[in-house]
Design a protein around this ligand. Structure first.
Ligand SMILES: Nc1ncnc2c1ncn2[C@@H]1O[C@H](COP(=O)(O)OP(=O)(O)O)[C@@H](O)[C@H]1O
Ligand SMILES: [Mg+2]
Length: 273
């Protein structure tokens, strides 16, 4: 839900979910064997404007496939996906292109997301050239300030950035577009433990200050708990349990969720509240 001071939504129906996934099935075909693997198996979820929703599950459970299909960036599969009020099965290319800036993805490997031949400044310049009006709200230095990077970073190339700095640059690039939905796919898995919490806090802060919704993909329950209000637990392509974090983590119903919780160090979940 939007707070009273949040910016006005740009649609006529402000409380419509930013993303609705209905009964999504996505299959991958192995190129060499021709075998079909169902990576996402009848998944449904909905994300309200400004909400923070997590998808958690072990590696290979289908989280990335789900995120890519839901944002129209990967294999589509079958099922209904409504992204910012548009059905992905009927949307035209031009319309989809118009939606693109409103949905930003932050990936696990920040260096892989940045062009190694571009300084941070020229990378931002390129984004601005693509979306001049959309990006004119903030100057480069101030933008970097929002992700707590010094302006000197503007003249650096990706290889001159630490993992944490590079991920902050990726977050700044996403923020520049004033997205309504930020999808973060394991955004701290490739980073030093020492900077992980800061990057997560930053994502949360950006969500809160911009009114963007956050879809957080993670295999790490601690990450999800610190960041999200609602969680979907994925196991072998299916959502086996979903609900408010408090409920799912304190009184898990599904055996797999219990196993995930039991695998966490300490009994922090119960003792914190
Ligand atoms: N392009 C692809 N072609 C074939 N199989 C894939 C492809 N992408 C993912 N898979 C398979 O689909 C399953 C789910 O993968 P993924 O969505 O990446 O899971 P997660 O993000 O939870 O680790 C895995 O078994 C993976 O090997
Ligand atoms: Mg993944």
């Amino acid at each position: 839900m939007r707070g009273a001071g949040a910016p006005h939504p740009r649609t006529s129906e402000p409380e419509n979910p930013v993303l609705v996934v209905g009964d999504l099935v996505v299959e991958h075909r192995n190129r060499s064997t021709g075998e079909v693997f169902r990576a996402v198996d009848h998944v449904s979820l909905s994300i309200a404007p400004g909400a923070s929703v997590a998808v958690v599950g072990e590696s290979g459970s289908g989280k990335t496939t789900l995120a890519m299909a839901a944002t129209g960036l990967g294999a589509r599969g079958t099922g209904d996906i409504r992204l910012l009020g548009h059905s992905l099965s009927t949307i035209g290319r031009r319309e989809l292109r118009r939606l693109r800036p409103e949905v930003q993805v932050v990936f696990q490997d920040p260096h892989g997301s940045l062009d190694p031949r571009q300084s941070v400044r020229s990378g931002l310049r390129e984004l601005r050239a693509l979306q001049p009006r959309r990006t004119s709200w903030i100057e480069d230095a101030e933008l970097l300030g929002r992700v707590r990077l010094a302006p000197e970073i503007l003249d650096r190339y990706p290889h001159q950035l630490s993992g944490g700095q590079a991920q902050r640059v990726c977050i700044a690039r996403a923020l520049l577009m004033r997205p309504r939905l930020i999808v973060a796919d394991e955004p701290t898995s490739g980073l030093d433990v020492s900077v992980q919490a800061d990057v997560l806090a930053l994502l949360q802060e950006i969500r809160a200050s911009t009114g963007a919704a956050l879809l957080m993909i993670s295999h790490d329950l601690a990450v999800v708990r610190s960041l999200c209000a609602e969680v979907h637990v994925m196991y072998r392509g299916q959502v086996v349990e979903a609900g408010p974090c408090e409920q799912v983590f304190v009184a898990p119903v599904h055996e797999y969720t219990r196993e995930l919780l039991a695998a966490m160090p300490g009994a922090r979940w119960r003792s914190r509240r």
